[in-house]
Design a binder for this molecule. Structure first.
Ligand code: FAD
Length: 315
């Protein structure tokens, strides 16, 4: 078994919660089944409970999954697990007093949430592992974890119920779900469930001073800033250079006849790398270039205040 997926950010937490989820299913289902059977003495009521936790939720889960698939995993999965913690907390508190119908209704709600949680986890795992080519290995690892939890969960749950009772087992289930919610909410590296290979769908903007974060949808990031000039092949064009910057004179001449430069790429005594300076340098360079191309034209820039739009008539 390859362990490469374990090095992918976010995968370990997703695998841990996926495994715990399966354990929780055993804990919750066995304790709840015993509680219902104890209250009703009816095999049919217990069967109805199983249908409520698996069959009926399966009818609503796809629509719910499609809706939550649009929400970033870091928000959706902890919310789902918190919801399950609350549901099992309620079931544990009401297991001996509330009408059995209430318990079955709560189990049905949890069944739907549980299916969505599994689906989102598998989608998030795929989004996390696909870019590094470790999805196949990750799936195998997940399946092993799932099988171990599936095989041992009922035995562990049975022991807990025998030792501490159904309410305690249901309480343990609620606690485990709460732990899973915290584990995922604290992770900074979960991918979007609807991530697409090496593409992403959201950005997290962090305000360093206010210490707040904000998520926005985005298809791509184009970093367009930097402090280091790298003029590449222009270095071979015969201009005067100084530390990868083009040395210009007061009229933005570069040292090669007919070539002017402006902006951050240039340097001269007192140079300021500011937007306003770049604009001024560009105006100087362009006017000088026009004069070089058309010697008959004077270096006399037009003023926008002389434009027709401001009422100036053609001369
Ligand atoms: C983080 C940061 C913050 C700043 N904040 C301020 C501020 O608040 N106020 C202010 O006045 N100034 C600020 N500046 C400085 C200001 O951004 C620059 O002075 C200004 O952008 C320079 O404009 P420019 O057109 O000369 O160069 P740039 O804005 O760098 O534009 C050069 C463009 O050429 C492109 N390019 C590079 N090589 C090639 C190539 N081989 N082929 C094709 N395209 C190429 C680059 O991608 C880039 O888009 C800041 C700079 C940085 C880095």
């Amino acid at each position: 078994m390859r362990v490469a997926p374990l090095r992918v950010p976010g995968f370990r937490r997703l695998a841990t919660t996926y495994t715990l989820n399966e354990l929780c299913w055993s804990f919750g289902t066995i304790a709840l089944a015993l509680a219902v059977f104890h209250r009703t003495g009816s095999a049919l009521a217990t069967t109805l409970l199983f249908l409520a936790t698996t069959f009926f939720p399966a009818l609503v889960a796809p629509a719910l999954t499609a809706r939550l698939d649009q929400v970033p995993v870091r928000r959706a999965l902890p919310a789902l697990y918190l919801c399950e913690a609350a549901l099992f907390g309620a079931i544990a508190a009401l297991s001996t007093t509330a009408p059995v119908q209430v318990l079955v209704a709560l189990a049905l709600a949890d069944g739907a949430v549980a299916i969505v949680g599994r689906a989102l986890t598998r989608a998030a795992v795929a989004a996390a592992l696909e870019p590094s080519g470790t999805l196949a290995a990750g799936n195998k690892l997940l399946n092993v974890c799932f099988s171990v939890a599936f095989a041992t969960g009922p035995a562990i749950a049975g022991l807990v119920v025998a030792a501490a009772g159904t309410a305690a087992s249901l309480g343990v289930t609620a606690g485990l779900f709460a732990l899973m919610a915290v584990l995922l909410a604290a992770s900074r590296s979960l991918p979007a469930a609807h991530g697409n290979g090496d593409r992403f769908s959201h950005l997290v903007l962090k305000d360093i001073k206010a210490k707040t974060t904000r998520e926005i949808e985005a298809d791509v990031v184009l970093p367009m800033l930097g402090f280091v000039s790298d003029i590449g092949p222009i270095a071979e064009w015969g201009m005067t250079l100084e530390k990868d910057e083009i040395v210009v004179n007061q009229v933005m001449e570069t040292g090669r006849a007919g070539v002017w430069a402006a902006g951050d790429v240039t340097t001269y005594p007192g140079k300021l790398k500011l937007i306003a300076c770049g604009f001024g340098e560009a105006a100087t360079a362009v006017n000088q270039a026009v004069h070089w191309i058309y010697p008959e034209k004077k270096v006399a820039p037009g003023h926008s205040s002389n434009m027709a739009i401001f009422g100036q008539k053609d001369d």
